[in-house]
Design a protein around this ligand. Sequence first.
Ligand code: SAH
Length: 471
Amino acid sequence: MRQCLTSDLGGYYTRQATSETDQFGAAGDFVTSPEISQIFGELIGIWFVAEWISQGKRSSGAYLMEVGPGRGTLMDDILRTIRNFSPFAAAIETVYLVEASARLRRAQHELLCGDHPLEHIDIGYGSRAKHNPSLNIVWTEDVQSVPKFENETPFIIAHEFFDALPIHVFQSRAPALQEGSPAESEASASQAAVSQSTRTTNQHQWRELMVSPKPPHRLSPGEAEFELSLSRAATPHSMYLPETSSRYKALRSATEATIEISPESQAYVRDFAERIGGSTQTKTSGMERSMQGRGSPVSSRQETQTSQKTTPSGAALIIDYGPAASIPSNSLRGIRSHARVSPFDSPGATDVSADVDFLALAETAIDSSPGVEVHGPVDQARFLTAMGIESRAAQLVKQAVDEERAGSTTDDCTQLTELAKRIERGWRRLVDTSPQGMGRLYQVMAILPYHGATDLHQRRRPAGFGGDVKA
Ligand code: SAH
């Protein structure tokens, strides 16, 4: 997935442009929510404002961060919206955009910065917002390059980003299958050692599904050259990753259970959680270190601390497709020209993605930082409806009608009906809850500062997740 999507050598997002069109829209491969309706980004902007209000309206030290901003449409809609809330807009000092693609970075720069030049800076590129030259816009290629300043307040958005991060796929094998089946009789010495250990424990074992070239005798013309095949023995990843959560361990004894794990997604979400709530790293003070060096017992004062952050603050919103509670399985897919194709079809020219494991992200966030709590996931229809999508659509239609009345010609009248129809079609598509509708397939999850209440009724509920704005 990494090679196919972001490799310098012709990755789907990073390859040199070969045509005028990019990946998005009718002429591209897929359409995303911000490209369907401006209301999507507006409501996310409002959600950030609501969080900022609930967290005490700090007047400075905030930043926005978006991972995988595409054409920049979502950030453009967010920035336009929060300009209406000037104390919040004034608190935001920088917008960080994490983007692997040079072409999309250029598109984002054009949309967000207008005539302000794009300049090389130590961590990537920098420019200024078109409507507000005092707002810095900074691009990096990965999240680690975005500075983590002590006690700053991050507002983070990841829309259709996690589905592009690489997964590992594992399948559970029954003990008998591990040894007896003819396909596995050619095990090497190290593989034999692994099956020796399983013979004694008589347990199921995770195997990894690997991408491998199809053998020439099975390769028919026009077919994908790669396929998934089951490793013949445990791999370093299969011995480690499925042991990292009780959710995976519980499935090991279910023969042929297949699970997908995305360590890179977990690394991103850990970063978000630490930015909001500080980290759970065990820090050893200089004195304790020197005592240990002289052979003294490890000091009892060594403790788990919240590093860097004294007061948790900020918010992360993750919107993507994937099951709300179960572990994704067999979800690796290719998308080309709006159709589902084999993920092995035309590597580098096909979008490759996988379902997002929301509970794995939630678990990672909570394990990474003592200062965060997680809300959701809830489906996109519920979130956008609670955020007021219908009233905002009605307001946009009315605005268009009023403008048309003010300077009317008959031509404008037909255009207006078109515009009203587009607004209507757009928002309805985002909250469509039919089986393949975006309102049902997409989930929304939030990472917020830990609020402290253990009693469910006392827990603060954020806007869009059953709660309201609380000042
Ligand atoms: N959020 C946008 C675009 C989604 S497409 C929208 O909703 O319209 C995925 C985006 O993530 C693209 O901008 C792509 O270039 C970027 N991307 C994919 N993998 C990445 C990676 N590993 N690191 C940084 N950016 C990545």
